[in-house]
Design a protein around this ligand. Structure first.
Ligand code: FAQ
Length: 307
């Protein structure tokens, strides 16, 4: 059987494609693009919450936040390793990120203005990430699918810690409740944008669905997230900032308002509130770490020569 047919049958039978298997160039390129973007998001995603580690209100909150941000670093490294199984070079991917040649999720270009943002990121941003990533546990490329299983377990913990933090704040003072509501107002729409452009505007979805890299479209997952979040918001006692948000019994889903796509594309293109700051910070961390990479390489060379 020719290699192409074998690949198609593997995908159609819902079996996994593994690193040494033959795969179309486009499949490899799409995976590298998506996995690299995902890895970059985890690494850049450490910054907004990292902003609050030194100012967490108690030792317990500081320990929890530190653990969460460390998990995000772990997810990023795990994902870079998955991209390497496709022949990508990790150093090159980092270069592309800091030169703005590869994307990362739009959501991390918004500022974290109050401590409530830590809770709302856990609840909404990790919530959206889980919604998007649980189906990726069944993505057709083996190393990516397996990485997602572990990542999703940790994201669930992240989401719960955020929700628990918000529950605590909502049972606190009036100022604390207002802080939570203000944070929800700022993060709700950007969270919906995490799912990507509408299906009509999504250039990659159709092919990625055929290859079973993606298992659902952007709009399907966004709808799932909205339906999931409404009862959670009610329980919490916050209002989601969308007057058009209403249950539609005929569809069996919530209707919701139109996303500001101009804002979405601006942020994706690098013109969001914090794009420049995020990349500058990442570039500095990379440059400051040069001596560690040099030392590790020298040590590995020395060990190799000694062997
Ligand atoms: N931001 O054709 P599509 C996390 C780009 S979770 C920026 O629909 P696709 C956990 C897209 O790349 C966040 N760019 O693309 C965490 C494409 O660019 P191209 C990361 C976006 O790939 C939580 C173009 O627009 N999660 O980090 C965005 O089929 C808390 C056209 O779009 C993942 O990456 C966006 N929101 O679908 C960490 C999940 N949306 O072709 C810290 C894996 C689209 O010019 C704290 N990725 N673009 O290169 C995916 O599931 C998909 O890649 C989508 C986009 C659904 C994001």
């Amino acid at each position: 059987m020719d290699l192409e047919r074998q690949f198609e049958q593997t995908v159609a039978a819902d079996h996994r494609v593994e690193p040494r298997d033959w795969m179309p160039d486009g499949y490899r390129a799409t995976l590298i693009r998506q996995i690299a973007q995902h890895a970059h998001s985890e690494i850049i995603g450490m910054q907004p919450e990292g902003n609050w580690i030194s100012r967490a209100p108690s030792l317990r909150r500081k320990a929890v936040l530190l653990a969460k941000v460390q998990d995000e670093a772990g997810h990023g490294l795990y994902l870079y390793a998955a991209a390497e199984t496709l022949g990508a070079d990790r150093a090159e991917l980092t270069e592309k990120l800091i030169e703005g040649r590869q994307k990362y999720s739009s959501i991390f270009n918004y500022p974290t203005l109050t401590y409530a943002d830590v809770g709302v990121i856990g609840w909404l941003v990790d919530g959206a990430a889980i919604c998007n990533q649980v189906p990726l546990c069944r993505t057709s490329y083996g190393p990516y699918a397996r990485a997602m299983i572990r990542v999703c377990k940790e994201e669930s913990f992240h989401q719960r810690q955020g929700y628990e933090l918000l529950m605590t704040m909502m049972s606190g003072t009036r100022q604390q409740r207002e802080m939570v509501q203000d944070s929800v107002n700022r993060w709700w729409w950007p969270s919906l944008m995490m799912f990507g452009p509408s299906d009509a505007e999504s250039s990659n979805t159709e092919q990625s669905m055929v290859w079973r890299i993606k298992r659902h479209t952007n709009d399907e997952l966004r709808q799932r997230f909205v339906d999931m979040s409404v009862p959670q918001a009610e329980k919490l006692g916050v209002t989601l900032p969308d007057p058009a948000l209403v249950w539609n019994p005929d569809r069996g889903h919530h209707d919701f308002g139109e996303i500001d796509w101009t804002e979405f594309w601006q942020v994706v293109k690098g013109e969001g509130p914090c794009n420049a700051e995020r990349i500058a910070h990442r570039r500095k961390a990379h440059e400051d770490g040069a001596w560690v990479r040099e030392a590790a390489t020298a040590y590995a060379r020395k060990k190799e020569q000694a062997a």
